[in-house]
Write a protein that binds this ligand. Sequence first.
Ligand code: GRF
Length: 227
Amino acid sequence: MENRSDTIISLGVLVSGRGTNLQTILDRCEAGSIPARVEVVISNRRGAPAIDRAAAKGVPVFVVEPRQYGKWPACKRAYEEKLVEILLSHGVELVVLAGYDRLAGETLLDAFPMRVINIHPSLLPAFPGLGAQKQALDYGVKIAGASVFFVDLSVDGGPIIVQGACPVHENDTVESLSGRILEIEHRILPEAITLIAHGRVRVNGRKVEILPEPVQAQAANTSLSEV
Ligand code: GRF
């Protein structure tokens, strides 16, 4: 998909751990292969490897721990107010939860309505919540995958933007299946960001409609007589 400079979207990425999805986004932004820029990264966990990944690219990183604001869940509002303050002050248009291990609350979602997306390692609505890959193996499904969706107050239940599937093999372990799913995650999260940046995503209740490429974009590769 083409990167059109007029559609660069400003991202704020929330992380808690390893950060391979963050790394993919950072790399794709740097390469200019997705129309986005990571303005800020926030980790709710000190020492998360994702922090170093952001710092290595020169992206501002903040560590905001809920416990700085009191006991969970009483502190959730004050904690999320801090997140919102940081995100807004960095001009963030789209918030990406990339391995963020807290449920988003009203304070964050009200500040960014239909502007918070998450990635989950299952074909939702199957296997929401923790340990999705183990849930899939235990259930005995033959096809697994990943989903990118708009976050609402439910657990992994918001409108689905993009999904990708992969086979489950007879001898799969949680590790081997997770690795196969992760490759899909690294494909579909940038894809979802690109669709949103290009204004091609329309939410209608539970359903997310993917609009066709704008005519103008197609015309760029087409001679006038063909238009
Ligand atoms: C991914 O499997 C993602 O789907 C889930 O948490 C994991 C984060 O991995 N929400 P990473 O931190 O991006 O490597």
